[in-house]
Write a protein that binds this ligand. Structure first.
Ligand code: HEM
Length: 474
């Protein structure tokens, strides 16, 4: 046992009774470190489970994408994964009704490629200016410090395009039964390019090999009281006991002509791309076979960023993607410091970094030693490479979102009769406690989605206004 500075601790220093505290380095070192041990939790997705493993190519897609990680069948790339409810705080429960983050980092030979996705195939809105509003509407009421359904329903009914995703959140898929049974989606339509420079557009799907399983509200509420870390524990224990979770990776592929001729804005993150028009093509699988040895070092400090792209994958041309390229980097500067890419789990382990960034808060690693610290220079500092067929992201024009059509299809065609009843029940539980004007506005939009849905919610609200009382004491 030593102090952080390496001085061996003598056994009499492990008690301070009747002794001078200031001269006790064990006491001074441990107390002053303890009060500095908290860093900001992530603004969203604060609580999570995570693990490491590999991605393996099972099907060739080199005709559309030249990214090295897809270069041949059988090729394996090391990776990290982090799964997280969106809204709950770091000490919250894993079984809340919410979407889940599905974040993957691939340590490729061309640097890190991150797919920072969800367990829903669509997102809430397509205009990223709504991000702060949406986040706050789901967080605590500034006066009461309580989660406040009035704020959520206010947002959902002011921006009704969000109801498409929230039908999933309030439906059977709103509480996954652990992370091993949860699907993932990249959501954005990514532009990719091949060796010839031709462009294609893909959406990523991750299908759990163990099958999709979800929890019902009552079950989830019970588990939440007994084991709020249910999903984190399940992931850790499965890997620790050798039951490695895996996912099959598939993609929807669109040509530039498909994009031009599509009936819908295929870059709209609030929409799904219908699989009868754009079928799934197999690409690979990923396996999580290694737990973190130290959670804080390896999972809390993981820094995902949609801007982590590699040659052959240009990213999404939509505005949400563009906003995300800024937001994650900014969040990580704030919560981990300017050198967060030097934290071992964020380092591109298959390639060497030759960046011109220097100094700043630790960790600086070797700080690029004595290599020139400005570019261009005439002293053999690192130089850029030349891409023969450089691919730029296409420019797109996007209209306002309107998803009642896809929300209707989801309600009628994808949900079973029983799931539709549970959806209504779950909506009533949340909406039942909101103020009347928000309930009326919600009924109007649910009716626009489908008259059956609207009338069931309206009737439910009339007979039973005993949902959770959000308005209580406010
Ligand atoms: C305007 C749109 C969005 C903005 C500005 C935004 C911003 C953020 C920020 C600031 C964080 C915290 C990052 C950190 O502290 O490390 C975060 C986390 C996350 N976001 Fe978003 N986000 C947006 C949309 C989305 C979308 C569309 C998805 C899914 C496709 C998504 C998935 C995630 C996930 C999975 C995490 C947790 C990453 C982790 O495990 O560390 N976000 N987001």
């Amino acid at each position: 046992m030593t102090t952080s500075a390496g001085a061996p601790i003598e056994v009499t220093d492990t008690s301070t009774l009747n002794k001078n505290l200031i001269f006790n380095e064990f006491f001074m070192d441990s107390l002053t470190h303890l009060v500095r041990e908290r860093i900001p939790e992530r603004l969203v997705h604060a609580k999570a489970g995570g693990a490491f493993g590999y991605f393996e190519v099972t099907h060739d897609i080199t005709h559309i994408c030249k990214a090295k990680m897809f270069s041949k069948i059988g090729k394996k790339t090391p990776m990290a994964a982090r799964f997280s409810p969106v809204v709950v705080e770091r000490g919250g429960t894993d079984t809340s009704r919410d979407a889940r983050g599905f974040a993957l980092k691939f340590y490729t030979e061309d640097g890190n490629f991150d797919i920072v996705g969800f367990n829903t195939p669509m997102y809430v809105y397509k205009d990223p200016i709504l991000f702060p509003t949406f986040v706050r509407a789901q967080k605590r009421n500034p006066a009461t410090n309580l989660i406040d359904g009035n704020m959520l329903w206010d947002f959902l009914t002011l921006r009704p395009e969000s109801l498409h995703m929230f039908l999933i959140v309030f439906g059977d898929r709103g509480i996954p039964d652990g992370y091993r049974h949860m699907p993932g989606f990249g959501i954005h339509t990514f532009e990719v390019s091949n060796e010839a420079g031709d462009k294609h557009f893909i959406r990523f799907h991750f299908i759990p090999d163990a099958g999709i399983k979800n929890l019902r509200s009552a079950e989830a509420a019970k588990i939440s009281g007994i084991d709020p870390d249910y999903a984190t524990r399940d992931l850790y224990n499965a890997i620790a006991s050798g039951k490695f979770p895996s996912w099959t990776v598939k993609i929807q592929i669109l040509t530039l002509d498909d994009v031009k001729n599509a009936r819908i804005d295929v870059f709209d993150v609030t929409k799904v791309l219908p699989q009868d028009e754009y079928p799934l093509h197999p690409l690979g699988r990923f396996v999580l076979n290694k737990n973190p040895i130290n959670y804080f070092a390896e999972i809390e400090q993981l820094a995902f960023n949609p801007a982590n792209l590699v040659t052959g994958i240009q990213g999404g041309p939509d505005k949400v993607f563009e906003a995300r390229r800024l937001a994650y980097r900014d969040a990580q500067y704030y919560r981990l410091g300017a050198n967060f890419n030097n934290i071992p789990v964020n380092c591109p382990i298959q390639t060497k970094v030759f960046a011109y960034n220097r100094d700043g808060v630790a960790p600086v690693k070797d700080n690029q030693r004595d290599i020139p610290n400005y570019y261009p220079n005439t002293f053999n500092g690192p130089v850029p490479y030349k891409e023969e067929k450089h691919a730029e992201l296409i420019q797109i024009y996007q209209d306002e979102a309107n998803n009642f059509e896809q929300a209707r299809e989801l309600y009628i065609n994808e949900m079973t009769k029983d799931e539709r009843s549970r959806l209504v029940e779950n909506v009533l539980y949340s909406l039942g406690g909101a103020i009347q004007s928000l309930q009326d506005r919600a009924v109007k939009f649910f009716t626009l989605i489908h008259s059956d849905l609207g009338s069931r919610i309206e009737q439910g609200l009339q007979v039973n206004r005993t949902g959770f009382n959000w308005d209580h004491d406010i």
